[in-house]
Design a binder for this molecule. Sequence first.
Ligand code: ADP
Ligand code: MG
Length: 486
Amino acid sequence: MSFHLFQLSMSTAISEHDLWLRILEKVEPEVKKPHFLTWFQNTAILSFTEGKLVIGVPNMFARDWLANKLNGHLVEAIRLVNPNVREVEFEIDPNLALPDNAMATNVTKLFGSSKKPRKLPNKQEVKLVEGISSKCLNPRYRLKNFVVGSNNRLANAACGAVANAPGTLYNPLFVYGGVGLGKTHLLQATGNEVLAHDPDKIVVYMTSERFTNEIVEAINKRQVKEFKDRYRRVDCLIIDDVQFLANKDRTQEEFFHTFNELYDNNKQIIISSDRPPKELNQLEDRLVSRFEMGMIVDVQFPDYETRLAILHSKCREHQTLIDSEVLEFIAMNVHDSVRELEGVLLQAIAETNLQNTTPTVRSVAKIIKKLGRQGETINGFEEYAKGPAAVAQTPEDVLDIVSHYFKVASEDVMGPSRKRHIMLPRQLCMYLTRSELGMSFEHIGDAFGGKNHTTVLHACEKIEQKLRKDKQLLRDVNAIKKDMGL
Ligand code: ADP
Ligand code: MG
């Protein structure tokens, strides 16, 4: 392929490919690596004429992301490299995703050392005192991937403060709230953070059931003294779901002594529960009053904006692209817990991979319905969850569904535009009308703005040819067919 040459301001002629590399080199340090590798993969400069730079991206997700989230960094980098750029436009070209496309920039190869998903740092294995079988902290839980909203701001701040100075300010730290609202995430993240600051600290995370089992075992083996001695050496004791100590008197008694011992030695204690201390009726008063000595914070169900931010954050963690309209729909219609929110998302990702489609509002509506705990639903939920109102039967139906899917105006698809982001939906309309409705090339030409039948034939062949190589296009076609009720 040939690169157009043009003049840089310092009058060195460079190719569009090189220009793009220079821009990417400037952007790269400004953006988190996984984002950079995800969103700039298979991008290219399609043209640069009269101050207008057209950046080609392989799909609409990359376009949305680059245009919405990275525009600032990108424009800055472009200006640094070439001040003559006055206008920047994105254009979707699915061909860029094809493996043998010479134009697309392989940022993974050029900038990333490996294609593997980013692993969260897992340097600090939990340090255990001999004989304490703590459940290891999950390195996935970090304070930096805990999305903060008005529902958990105080809890998050308290955990951050404890992580910075364990055993000093807020001791004990008591976190309470309903199921699936992020208590375990916060507790483990705090433990991870304590270890990140000081890998020599001994952090023990345990559910209260586990703690109970240990005590029962110690009693059976007549090793209660050893049990106590071991726990004395802990720097930070985290007990999750303390409500399960209800009515377990002997465990409560041992916990009380351990608590006092650690507290008196300025060791950090972090506790979670499904309710505030004063409502822990089945726990001994003296234990409850110990819990009340420190800081008590709650986590609540997040508001819409925070739910959406959580979904975006989880998508990044799973390195998955999902249309923001779909995420908004999930955020609007899940009212139970963050765990359920995450569950719907993971299910959508799994179905996408298994069925080779792209999640749509319709497909996630079905998932939410299947999981079956949605409260009040909005935004045409029932309509979507039922599936397509009817099977697409006319070229107009196809036009509606395809234009909606690609977020382009149906008039443009019908019109004469030869822009790539219009051409592809148009060709798909023709292809699907032919393959699914079986109309003749002449009829299809007439139906889509009076095009010649050879244009239709060419469009169908082109799509068939692309489908053999372009996995993303195949996913798009599968998702559209589902929306067509096929
Ligand atoms: P709980 O212990 O309160 O029942 P979890 O901590 O197990 O809840 O949270 C359930 C899931 O939701 C976890 O995967 C967790 O990472 C996620 N989660 C909850 N709140 C948030 C948040 N604010 N930001 C990111 N993830 C969250
Ligand atoms: Mg939990």
